[in-house]
Design a protein around this ligand. Structure first.
Ligand code: SF4
Length: 433
């Protein structure tokens, strides 16, 4: 291979098989894909060691992609159950799986993912560091963290979340200005705790150049983590969030100097009226790098229903420039999601992503809605199910509450507006009784 990463190839004018696959899926000109990858506006996370990957492009001008977080924890550690959720997530349309495992021999699950799963695989190496080295957080060295990043690269991980932007300055600012919910990013809190215990600078910031060399070697995309993302509406858009974002913009440019692909992670809890501005600030501070948002969750009080709060924020975010939505399940803030929660979370994210794609006029995005409109006009139930996001669920609901008049549904029965209009326009009698 005469290139190191997709970005390196794109800059050399080489069109890779991955770019061709992305262009075909997106129905876009492959030269446009190459140019966007060269400019950093589209990332194709595809580790050279993830042989079974379906290459996927992430960028605001492409279809909005969704990520599904899975992985075992000490409280819920059934590996087979987690693998079933992975299959389920892929079948439902998840574009990426982030393995957030924090228990047991994590490499077993990780390697299974990169050897069998076609979705992009992401990890957060700092979660794995304690387990990998069997040392508690304060005993870990900067080199230990780098070793875990390399191990994940070797295992075929396509993108790694690294909280490089949270520095000693963030520590000072947090102490000086305060926050309602301090730091709610799991990785961010671990980096903060490590810095507090050792007195050292954030190793992901201090040794960023070494990390870039590792990522370049495997073509592993860096997802620059938002360690200081707001954990409640009161903290949204504060100095910690914005100052970290400025640094993430600088780190984006440094990665691109070494042809390493980058995504930038975003908030978090954000009032709905601030979501658009957040996307615009990220686009300008981070030079158009794809934005990967965690929500945004637009109210703090809906625990049990946060897949809905995140879908509301996610739709507005994607419409305003975000490229990649991290799903949120109804179990968010409460527990590890079960299979039902995973499904609810994925469906909510898919709806948000599709709604945004229509709004930003992604080519062909609305075609399926137009087919659905035509099917509804004809009361063609088979075609309606065919064009549904979840045909099995839609058919089950209809079958369970079947109508008296087959062509209608039990919502209105013979008062069906569509039936009445079809009959009236055809000059037929509209029988109700
Ligand atoms: S019965 Fe009512 S809800 Fe059902 S298809 Fe007809 S108009 Fe729509």
């Amino acid at each position: 291979m005469n290139y190191a990463t997709q970005m390196d190839a794109a800059r050399k004018g080489i069109i890779t098989n991955e770019m061709k696959a992305v262009a075909a899926y997106e129905n876009r000109d492959v030269e446009d894909i190459r140019r966007w990858v060269a400019e950093g506006k589209v990332a194709i996370p595809a580790n050279k060691n993830h042989k079974c990957i379906k290459p996927t492009g992430i960028g605001s001008m492409l279809k909005t992609k969704i990520n599904v977080n899975l992985g075992v924890s000490k409280d819920v550690s059934d590996l087979d159950e987690e693998l079933k959720k992975v299959q389920y997530a892929v079948d439902l349309g998840g574009d990426a799986i982030m393995d957030l495992s924090t228990h047991g021999d994590t490499k077993i699950f990780r390697r299974k993912l990169t050897s069998e799963c076609p979705a992009m695989i992401g990890t957060v190496p700092i979660y794995d560091s304690v387990i990998y080295h069997q040392k508690d957080l304060g005993q870990l060295t900067a080199q230990d963290f780098l070793d875990v990043i390399r191990a994940h690269g070797e295992d075929g991980v396509d993108f790694v979340t690294l909280h490089c932007g949270l520095t000693k300055r963030t520590v000072e600012q947090l102490k000086r200005f305060g926050r309602t919910t301090n730091i709610v990013s799991r990785g961010g809190s671990l980096v903060f705790a490590w810095m507090s215990m050792t007195g050292n600078e954030n190793p992901f910031f201090e040794y960023y150049d070494e990390i870039l060399d590792i990522c370049r070697e495997y073509d592993m995309t860096i997802s620059l983590g938002d360690g200081a993302r707001p954990g409640c509406l009161a903290d949204a858009g504060d100095i910690l969030q914005i100052e970290e974002l400025v640094r993430l913009g600088e780190l984006t440019l440094r990665a691109w100097e070494k042809d390493v692909q980058v995504m930038v992670e975003g908030p978090g809890h954000v009032p709905l009226d601030q979501v658009k501005a957040n996307m615009e600030i990220q686009q300008s501070l981070c030079h158009g790098a794809p934005f990967y948002v965690l929500g945004p969750i637009v109210t703090d009080i809906a625990a049990g229903y946060d897949h809905i709060t995140a879908a509301i924020g996610g739709a507005v975010a994607a419409m305003s420039g975000a490229a990649f939505l991290c799903y949120v399940t109804p179990a968010e803030h409460l527990a590890l999601p079960n299979a039902d929660d995973v499904k609810e979370g994925i469906m909510a994210s898919k709806i948000a992503a599709h709604a945004a794609d229509i709004a930003k006029k992604i080519p062909g995005a609305r075609d399926i809605d137009d087919r659905m409109g035509a099917a509804r006009r004809k009361l063609d139930w088979d075609a309606m199910f065919e064009n549904c996001m979840d045909p099995v669920h839609a058919k089950a609901v209809r079958d369970e509450r079947a109508p008296e008049v087959e062509e209608t549904c039990s919502m209105c029965g013979k008062f069906c507006a569509v039936r009445s209009m079809n009959k009236a326009l055809a000059g037929e009698e509209v029988d109700i009784l």
